[in-house]
Write a protein that binds this ligand. Structure first.
Ligand SMILES: [Fe+2]
Length: 313
């Protein structure tokens, strides 16, 4: 007999403060949604209106100045709460947005940059040569990875598989969207996956797999990573099907079966993200992917990503 076990998630960080409110996410039991005070948001954008994207690209400390300004407005407790949420195994994710207070994508970049620098430091994104990447999905594409191929499912994976630095967290922000049906972010928290034990305790789980990036990523190095590893005694995962180069047939079959199990998991959730909203996730125990878009000749969607490591101070 199968007993359906619906995990009850304790929401420890629900709070209502003068500048913000942390509430349960309406679409996912393991995420929070954060609502900000519109007046304070306006003040944030007014306070950084002279900072251009170029300044942010050229001057690393300008990014942290944005985080400082954000913290001055929304409080030390805001920073502590989002750090705690991203570190917490039971949840590890939240959404937040500009709430219609701006439609300028340059301001979206500043908003996201303030948030990531409250959490830690973004890694260098070799695809763009700076700390973030904005990328477009259109009707036609001739790229060398699934990232910009609209009409196929982008399978569940973690980021940073082929770089030699920790990728603790990930931010994805919806910058623009026209004629886009489908294409939702697909998300899976490892603790909701029925086959976690089967694959994380498998002998191949701790075998090092080689990861290599395709040319568009501008990363020449190859790295070796185990598929599962532990943080605080809990299994974490490192996997993306496209860039893994297993040595043996057994390893290949293990990865193939694992990917199929992930794809078929009923716990995989398609998240609807409005333009101007972003999602931040712990990249060690959340997997993400993208649903296929419905065909449209004028399809246009732009996303921004930042991913990096947790602050160590
Ligand atoms: Fe990704």
């Amino acid at each position: 007999m199968t007993i359906a076990t619906e995990t009850k998630v304790e929401m420890k960080y629900l709070t209502k403060q003068p500048g913000y409110e942390i509430m349960p996410h309406p679409q996912h039991k393991r995420m929070y949604h954060i609502q900000l005070d519109n007046q304070l948001l306006q003040q944030f954008f007014a306070g950084c209106k002279d900072v251009s994207e170029q300044v942010l690209q050229y001057t690393p400390y300008a990014r942290q100045v944005l985080a400082y300004q954000f913290r001055e407005l929304f409080g030390q407790s805001f920073m502590q709460n989002i750090r705690d949420i991203l570190n917490e195994r039971e949840t590890g994710g939240f959404t937040i947005g500009v709430q219609g207070q701006t439609e300028e994508t340059e301001e979206f970049v500043k908003f996201a940059t303030a948030l990531t620098h409250l959490i830690g430091i973004p890694n260098f994104d070799a695809m763009t040569g700076t700390f973030y990447a904005r990328f477009t999905v259109k009707d036609t594409d001739n790229s060398d990875s699934y990232l910009r191929q609209a009409y196929r499912l982008f399978t569940l994976h973690t980021d940073g598989t082929f770089v030699d630095e920790p990728t603790d967290w990930l931010l994805m922000m919806k910058m623009d969207e026209k004629n886009a049906k489908g294409g939702e972010s697909r998300l899976l928290h490892l603790d909701d996956w029925e086959d976690l034990d089967k694959f994380s305790k498998h002998p191949i789980a701790s075998v090092k797999i080689t990861y290599k990036a395709p040319p568009s990523k501008n990363v020449q190095q190859t790295v070796e990573r185990t598929t599962f590893y532990e943080i605080n005694n809990k299994p974490c995962i490192c996997f993306i099907d496209q860039f893994a180069y297993p040595e043996t047939i057994d390893e290949a079959m293990y990865l193939k079966e694992m990917s199929e199990s992930l794809e078929n998991s009923p716990a995989t959730h398609a998240l609807k993200l409005p333009v101007g909203d972003l999602v931040m996730l712990n990249n060690t125990f959340w997997m993400h992917g993208r649903a296929a878009f419905e065909k449209h000749p004028e399809l246009h969607r732009e996303l921004m990503r930042q991913r990096g490591y947790f602050a160590r101070v």
